[in-house]
Design a protein around this ligand. Structure first.
Ligand SMILES: C[S@@+](CC[C@H](N)C(=O)[O-])C[C@H]1O[C@@H](n2cnc3c(N)ncnc32)[C@H](O)[C@@H]1O
Length: 432
């Protein structure tokens, strides 16, 4: 017990000790946090992180273990595939609501290495080689954080006038989205969960978004989209677009889906994810710090916001990018009496909301450079958890008894028979 907490009454001391242990921080750190936020706020935040066991909908089935990131009251043992998987941010979020990953694909060997180490599964490589192969098993949900590229519309109207069944083949040819659309067309997953950068909608003057939405609609999906800022979940401003598709032949014309409400309570703060003792190698050299300041000043004079940012410990950082490893300039941590420092890879992982067991030194199986890159490319798993909870609510209306292909959702246009026990277990809301 340190000096400050040692002066507290015994009961409070023991409570402090207990809370600090559960949060994996030391007591002094916790005390500072308590003083700043008030005891009640801190307890509320703790409760949110304290991983209560949710009710089991399918007690006899092999549901993925509850994920520690957020309290869940809704789970379904649906199957999903994880395309452009990176290090599995989508996977973690989907697993937290009971999802079971049956296939993954990622072509970067460093990301594959991390993925294999974390999930015990080596993802398949290039997505382009998958769309025509039979490698992908049936699944209830297709998840993909695909890179966005411009689309060319040359020749589309002429080809469409020839009466082709799927204009998307012409419109999206040569893009990664084309391969995604091919997989969707062939496998017909009932649910899609796609993620991309915020400016997808303005990319190529709206052309890219129109092509993507048009293609998904043409393939028979109702499309929902929303830009969500992860700052409500982690101390980082990170806006991403989430696109959810529900197959109309499974969910009907108007699926009952809502994106998650913004979480209540104060936003997380940067100081809560920082390590207490950090290797001096993360402190910027005088040369780099002087260069970054001069660079920032030059841009400030030109009236634009580029340059470096020393983050506020009580606030939210800028977006962690895949280039963070270069100089760390977008998120610098202030240090008393010293130049600022970069985030450590562990802090970068925490800033993305990855669970402690995956951001520890032991869990890092690639260089610092690759680790920053991987976190900078990832999605925030707890944001996916929140979205996935909402998806599960919609899914519950079309669940059937577990079928031979391991899927639990009604497939295609022919409704499968559902056991009445399962229907009541699911608390079916209304017949469709
Ligand atoms: C935006 S990241 C997705 C990150 C992921 N959602 C996560 O949480 O880590 C896009 C990923 O697609 C991968 N990728 C790019 N082209 C690919 C291809 N042709 N086949 C498979 N993966 C590809 C990249 O290596 C990158 O990891």
């Amino acid at each position: 017990m340190n000096n400050v907490s040692g002066a507290l009454p015994e009961e409070l001391q023991s409570r402090l000790n207990d809370v600090a242990r559960r949060m994996d921080i030391d007591e002094e750190e916790l005390l500072v946090s308590l003083i700043e936020s008030g005891l009640e706020d801190s307890e509320a935040a703790l409760t949110k992180r304290s991983r209560p066991e949710p009710p089991q909908l399918f007690p006899n089935q092999d549901v993925t273990d509850d994920h520690p990131m957020s309290p869940q009251d809704t789970k379904l043992p649906f199957s999903f595939i994880d395309l452009f998987s990176g290090i599995g941010g989508l996977r973690l979020g989907l697993e937290s609501v009971g999802g079971r990953c049956v296939f993954s694909c990622e072509n970067d060997r460093h990301a594959q290495k991390t993925y294999e180490s974390w999930f015990g599964e080596n993802p398949a490589g290039d997505v382009a080689e998958l769309s025509s192969s039979g490698a992908i098993p049936d699944h209830d949900l297709l998840a993909a954080g695909f890179p966005c590229q411009p689309f060319s519309i040359a020749g589309v109207s002429k080809k469409n006038s020839l009466g082709r069944a799927h204009g998307f083949r012409d419109r999206t040819q040569g893009t990664l989205f084309f391969h995604l659309a091919e997989i969707i067309d062939r496998k017909r997953p009932p649910v899609l969960l796609l993620e991309n950068v915020k400016n997808l909608k303005s990319h190529d003057r709206g052309q890219t978004w129109n092509t993507i939405r048009g293609t998904l609609e043409e393939l028979g999906y109702s499309v929902f989209n929303r830009i969500i800022d992860a700052a409500d979940y982690v101390p980082q401003h990170r806006e991403r677009i989430f696109i959810i598709g529900f197959a109309k032949d499974v969910f009907g014309e108007e699926p009952d889906f809502l994106f998650p409400a913004i979480p209540e309570g104060p936003r997380p703060r940067l100081r809560d994810i920082l390590e207490r003792s950090v290797d001096p190698k993360y402190t910027l050299s005088d040369k780099l710090w002087n260069y970054l300041q001069a660079y920032a000043e030059k841009h400030r004079k030109r009236g634009n916001g580029f340059g470096c940012t020393v983050a506020k410990l009580g606030g939210t950082t800028r977006t962690l990018s895949a280039r963070y490893h270069k100089d760390g300039s977008e998120i610098l941590i202030p240090q008393r009496g010293r130049n600022p420092r970069r985030l450590t890879p562990r802090e970068a992982g925490r800033l993305m909301g990855f669970p402690e067991e995956l951001v520890s030194r032991k869990a890092q199986v690639v260089s610092d450079t690759q680790a920053y890159r991987q976190f900078g490319n990832a999605v925030v798993p707890i944001v996916i958890s929140a979205i996935a909870e909402q998806i599960v609510r919609t899914m519950r209306d079309v669940v059937v008894s577990q079928s031979a292909n391991g899927c639990i959702l009604k497939a295609g246009t022919t409704p499968q028979k559902e056991s009445s026990a399962l229907a009541s277990q699911l608390g079916r809301r209304k017949p469709r």
